[in-house]
Write a protein that binds this ligand. Structure first.
Ligand code: KG4
Ligand code: ZN
Length: 338
């Protein structure tokens, strides 16, 4: 089955052609980063306008790269939410119009479902597994018993991990989005230079809180501002990253033990983080579990990741119709309910 997938939940307009929910024939992403960088974050209205400009270009590019014509596409998968309503509506309206015009089925996919199923495009894990979804809007631990069967084990009570990265990067004057920039700078700094807090690390639950680390970084920078040179900035980045990586890895591994799960998927934009990837591999090796990280191109927002659930829902006849609407806030365990 050839599926066209469309993603427009935030600041990337993306389209992909996937065969049988497994093989990526194309995966095109048009990023709006340059548009939003000057504002230090995503401006929703600008995002919607840019999606309108890019969506057909990106779809045509995906079809061309895949070497397939529109008439060969057998189903369309689109992100329904969560995300920015105006942004989501661009992808949804396009997908509905195409499905109607081509007379093929349409399916709605949860953005985080795409992220955590991305490993199935490369090195499929067996069910059940634990998924840590870490992105600009999410830091969630899910127990995944199958496609469509997700249970929330823990989640952030305030900032998402990516959001904390972006805010600390801004504070250090590194630019937006800041996660990758902090990650790079951290390589030149000492992770033990400053001891930032590890919020909720020792609580007996699997929730996270990152606003405390971010505030500690802010207070530290305000205190030493005039003395900050490049080495000091790298030390702050490395120490911040150390705190984030420690909390994320230890809580995730503890959750896996409690749930009796040996396989862990780490997905979402923050899963590109080199420190996080390294530490997870080290610790999981010791614990005897296996970690699945998608390739970096499948960690950040993309449409290929929708191919796995889209194919499944198409095969199971869980089709959407022309009444399909965007949904900004949609817990993953409500997939199939709303
Ligand atoms: O999944 P994603 O592309 O979009 C959302 O669904 O939010 O994640 C974007 C987030 C941003 O906050 C970005 O700073 C962060 O992922 N990110 C990183 C790295 N690369 C991207 N955070 C830490 N280290 C990285 N290497
Ligand atoms: Zn995402």
């Amino acid at each position: 089955m050839l599926t066209l997938c469309i993603e427009s939940s935030c600041d990337e307009t993306a389209a992909a052609v996937i065969r049988d929910g497994r093989n990526i024939l194309s995966n095109i992403v048009a990023s709006q980063v340059d548009v939003h960088a000057r504002y230090g974050g995503v401006v929703p209205e600008l995002a919607s306008r840019k999606h309108v400009e890019a969506v057909s270009v990106v779809i045509n590019a995906a079809l061309e790269e895949a070497g397939v014509s529109l008439s060969e596409i057998e189903g369309i998968g689109v992100t329904r939410g969560p995300g920015l309503i105006g942004a989501l509506l661009v992808g949804i309206s396009t997908a509905k119009a195409m499905a109607w015009a081509l007379d093929i089925p349409l399916v709605a996919v949860h953005h985080m479902e795409g992220h955590i199923l991305a490993p199935f495009l490369e090195d499929p894990p067996e069910f059940p597994f634990l998924a840590l979804a870490v992105s600009g809007g999410h830091t969630h631990l899910y127990r995944v018993d199958g496609i469509g069967h997700y249970r929330i084990i823990g989640q952030t009570l305030d900032d998402a991990a990516g959001e904390a990265y972006d805010k600390v990067a801004k504070l250090l004057g590194l630019g937006y989005p800041g996660g990758a920039l902090i990650d790079k700078l951290a390589g030149q700094g000492r992770p033990d230079a400053i001891v930032f807090p590890r919020p909720m690390l020792h609580r007996p639950n699997f929730d996270f809180s990152f606003s405390g680390i971010k505030t500690a970084a802010l207070q530290y920078v305000e205190k030493v501002d005039k003395e900050i040179d490049d080495q000091h900035r790298a030390d702050i980045a490395a120490s911040f990253q150390e705190a984030m990586v420690e909390v994320l890895t230890l809580k995730t591994l503890r959750a896996a033990t409690q749930e009796g799960l040996e396989r862990i998927v780490v997905a979402g934009g923050v899963a590109c983080n080199s420190g996080l990837r390294r530490r997870f591999q080290e610790l999981a090796g010791k614990q005897g579990g296996r970690i699945y990280f998608p390739s970096p191109s499948l960690c950040g927002d993309n449409a290929a990741m929708l191919g796995v659930p889209a194919n499944y829902y198409l095969e199971h006849g869980q089709h959407a119709d022309t009444k399909l609407n965007a949904i900004s806030s949609w817990p993953l365990d409500m997939v199939g309910v709303i």
